[in-house]
Design a protein around this ligand. Structure first.
Ligand SMILES: [Ca+2]
Length: 432
C-alpha cells in the first residue's frame, strides 16, 4: 500500500487505487514462504491482485505495441495467440466491484501504525539480545529504538490470505499491469537510462526490456516505493503475524529481514527508522527486501553506496545482478516463454506446479500432449506455465530458465509474464 501519496486525482484514480491494493502483495512474491527468496509475500498474492484488478482499454496498446523486429514478431504472435479470450460481462462486473472494494481498502490504510510497547514483548526483547550478541549492537540503543517502533495493523491485514474460491484471472491482471501509463513511463525510463541499461545488458546479459519491465511492475519507476517505515512493518510481521498455517516460517523470515534492515542502516550510517518501504518491507524502485539489498545490491554508478531509492544506475545493476544470481542465462537470447496447446488427455498435468525451474525436455513434453506452434530451440528445457483466466480458458506456456529467473524475483507466473509484456511494450513504444 505504497502508492497513494504520489497520485493526483484523476479519472484513473479508482484503477490506481485498485492497483495499489492489488499490486502490493504481488510485488513481493511468495518466495519467502518457500524459503528461497528475496522478496516476501503470501500465496494469496496473485489471487488478491486478480480479484482486485481491472480490465480496461489497455489491452490494445499491449497488442499494438509488439510489432518490431524478428524476435518481437514472434512475441507479437505469441501475445496475439494468447490474448484471445474476450471479456465477459461477469468478468467486467467482478472487476468493477473489485475496484470499488480496493478503493475503500486503500483509503483505510494507516501507514504510521500505533504505539505499542514492543520492548515489553519477550520475543522482541530476546531478538534485541540476539542482535547485540551477534552483531554488537548496543543493547541500550536498541531498547530506545524499539521504543519508537509502531505496530502497523495495515501490514497484518495485507498479508492475510485472500478468501478461497476466487479464480485467478491473467487477462484482468495483465490489463491492469501493462497499460498506457506504465508503458509510457517505461519508455521514458528507458530513454533516460539507455546507456546504463546497455551497460547492464553487456555486464550481466539481461536485456534492457526485462529490467524496464521489472522496475515498472514493481513501482512504476519509483512512483510507488512505499511509505511505511520498514522497521515498523518488519517488527509487526516478525512478531505479530496473523494466524496462518505458515505463521512461524513467515515470522522467522520477517525477523531475518528486520535483522538485515538494522545491518543495512548501520552500514549506511542512517537512522534505521528512516528506511521506508512497502507494507512488507520492500524498498526502493526495485522493491528489494533488506537482505536482498545486502546480498544482491550493486553500486552500479560507483559512488560507493548501493542506493535503490535515488540511483537509477544502482537499481538497474541490482535488478540485473539479482536475475543472474537466480538463474538468468545470457546465452538464451530467444523468447522467455512459448505459447502452447495442451491435449485433452491431460497427461501433461503432471508438469503443473512442479517448482520454479525449467526441467522438462521437449520430447517428454510433446509425448504428454504439449504442442508448441513454433519450433523450440533444440536442447533447451522448459517448465509448463498455466495462466488461469477466471471463467475463460486457461493459457499454457513453456517457460525457459530466464522466465523462471524472473519468478525468483516474485513467485508468480502472472508477475513474470507481465514483466515480459511491459518490457516488450515499452521497447515497441520506444521504437515507434
Ligand atoms: Ca551507487
Amino acid at each position: 500500500m505504497k502508492f497513494l501519496q504520489h497520485l493526483k486525482p484523476s479519472a484513473l484514480l479508482p484503477a490506481l487505487l485498485a492497483l495499489a491494493v492489488a499490486a502490493a502483495p504481488v510485488a513481493h512474491g511468495a518466495i519467502a514462504a518457500e524459503g528461497t527468496g528475496t522478496k516476501t509475500s503470501t500465496k494469496a498474492s496473485t489471487k488478491n491482485s486478480t480479484k482486485n484488478s481491472t480490465k480496461n482499454s489497455t489491452k490494445n496498446s499491449t497488442k499494438n505495441s509488439t510489432k518490431s523486429g524478428a524476435k518481437a514478431g514472434r512475441h507479437a504472435k505469441a501475445v496475439k495467440q494468447a490474448k484471445k479470450a474476450p471479456k465477459t460481462k461477469a468478468q467486467a462486473r467482478a472487476i468493477a466491484n473489485a475496484k470499488r472494494n480496493a478503493a475503500a481498502t486503500a483509503a483505510a490504510v494507516n501507514y504510521k501504525g500505533e504505539r505499542v510497547n514492543f520492548g515489553e514483548w519477550q520475543a522482541v526483547s530476546e531478538f534485541a539480545d540476539l542482535m547485540s550478541e551477534r552483531h554488537g549492537f548496543e543493547r541500550e540503543a536498541l531498547r530506545a529504538l524499539i521504543g519508537q517502533i509502531n505496530f502497523v495493523d495495515s501490514a497484518v491485514q495485507l498479508v492475510k490470505p485472500a478468501p478461497p474460491g476466487k479464480p485467478k484471472n491473467w487477462q484482468a491482471y495483465s490489463a491492469l499491469m501493462v497499460e498506457p501509463i506504465r508503458i509510457k513511463a517505461g519508455t521514458a525510463f528507458w530513454n533516460e537510462n539507455a546507456e546504463t541499461l546497455a551497460r547492464a545488458e553487456k555486464a550481466y546479459g539481461v536485456p534492457a526490456e526485462i529490467i524496464v519491465g521489472i522496475v515498472g511492475i514493481e513501482t512504476i519507476y519509483g512512483r510507488n516505493t512505499g511509505r511505511f517505515r520498514v522497521l515498523d512493518t518488519l517488527t509487526t510481521l516478525g512478531f505479530a503475524y496473523p494466524e496462518t498455517p505458515n505463521k512461524q516460517a513467515r515470522m522467522a523470515f520477517f525477523r531475518g529481514e528486520l535483522e538485515a534492515a538494522l545491518l543495512l542502516a548501520r552500514q549506511r550510517g542512517v537512522d534505521p527508522l528512516s528506511l521506508l518501504g512497502s507494507f512488507a518491507g520492500a524498498m526502493g524502485l526495485p522493491q528489494f527486501m533488506p537482505s536482498s539489498v545486502l546480498a544482491w545490491g550493486v553500486d552500479f554508478d560507483l559512488d560507493g553506496v548501493v542506493d535503490l531509492h535515488n540511483s537509477r544506475a544502482d537499481v538497474i545493476g541490482s535488478v540485473a545482478n539479482f536475475l543472474v544470481q537466480h538463474g538468468w542465462k545470457r546465452e538464451q537470447a530467444g523468447p522467455l516463454a512459448y505459447p502452447v496447446d495442451v491435449a485433452p488427455s491431460m497427461a501433461w498435468e503432471k508438469f503443473i506446479g512442479q517448482g520454479l525451474a525449467a526441467k522438462y525436455g521437449q520430447q517428454e513434453l510433446r509425448e504428454a500432449g504439449v504442442a508448441s506452434g513454433q519450433p523450440l530451440p533444440p536442447g533447451m528445457l522448459f517448465g509448463l506455465v498455466d495462466l488461469q483466466n477466471g471463467p475463460e480458458a486457461t493459457e499454457y506456456w513453456l517457460g525457459t530458465d530466464n522466465f523462471y529467473a524472473i519468478t525468483h524475483y516474485n513467485r508468480s507466473f502472472f508477475y513474470a509474464m507481465s514483466v515480459i509484456e511491459l518490457g516488450r511494450a515499452a521497447r515497441s513504444n520506444r521504437d515507434n
